[in-house]
Design a binder for this molecule. Structure first.
Ligand SMILES: [Ca+2]
Ligand SMILES: [Ca+2]
Length: 253
């Protein structure tokens, strides 16, 4: 367990070193898709930007509806940047989403085979319309930032927390906050798999304190089917019929 934790902690630090500052979520409560968005102010070709986004755990943003464009326009104040569209036979999104909504500037796309990459043009007179462009852009070489979209928060574990009263009895309800709920995820406290949790929302699950039977310091672990694990270290003093939880001591990916 300790070796695994060290490996995972190292991976977490590597991700954190390249994370985009403060990605913004388009929440489901506002009609969004729950994804997170940011601008990576790099100077990259489209193909390099695509790879860079993947290395950060996201992808070049795909704008598949007017509502998604409006969210990005309002909240990110984007600069000229790459999007995840490519002319590959016909136009398509790199995520495989249907190519249905488009927002071309009048006269675009105009580049044919020499401009197979999608560029977002926010400045006047373009106002968030799209342009097809070459792999290096056309302003001053390969000088394009890009819009990144994450299906899940790039550092989801940092959001994990536990809502709990000062003293809990075995069987009492508690909530885990900041979970990326996906089918197949699991929740465990110490050695005990918590199987009777229920999903309150896409980021909140409710469960009941298991009978741990012995005193100790326990991790609450959320494990995702893609291999990610997030955990909160809980100070737990186990009595015959009662758990008393200390403060959250640490948080790791
Ligand atoms: Ca999208
Ligand atoms: Ca063009």
């Amino acid at each position: 367990m300790n070796c695994l934790r060290m490996v995972l902690l190292s991976l977490s630090m590597a991700v954190a070193a390249t994370a985009v500052a403060d990605p913004i979520q388009w929440p489901a409560s506002e009609g969004g898709n729950g994804h997170w968005y940011g601008i990576v102010d790099a100077r990259l070709s489209w193909t390099a930007a695509r790879a860079d986004a993947a290395a950060r755990g996201g992808h070049l943003a795909t704008i598949t509806s007017q509502a998604e464009l409006d969210f990005i326009w309002t909240n990110l104040h984007p600069i000229r940047s790459w999007l995840g569209g490519i002319r590959d036979g016909g136009w398509r999104w790199i995520t495989g989403e249907p190519w249905a909504y488009t927002n071309w500037y009048p006269g675009e796309p105009n580049g044919g085979a020499s401009e197979p990459y999608l560029q977002f043009s926010p400045g006047l007179p373009y106002n968030g319309t799209w342009n097809d462009n070459s792999n290096c852009g056309h302003v001053s070489g390969c000088d394009q930032p890009y819009l990144i979209e994450y299906d899940q928060h790039p550092d989801a574990c940092s959001l994990l927390d536990v809502r709990r009263p000062a003293t809990w009895n075995v069987g009492e309800a508690f909530e885990v906050v900041g979970v990326d709920f996906v089918e197949g995820m699991s929740l465990r406290i110490g050695p005990i798999q918590v199987t009777d949790f229920s999903v309150t929302s896409s980021e909140l699950i409710s469960a009941r304190v298991p009978d741990l039977s012995a005193s100790g310091i326990y991790d609450l672990v959320v494990a995702y089917p893609d291999g990610r694990m997030c955990w909160v270290v809980l100070g737990a003093i186990v009595g015959a019929e009662e758990l008393s939880w200390g403060a959250v001591k640490s948080m790791y990916r």
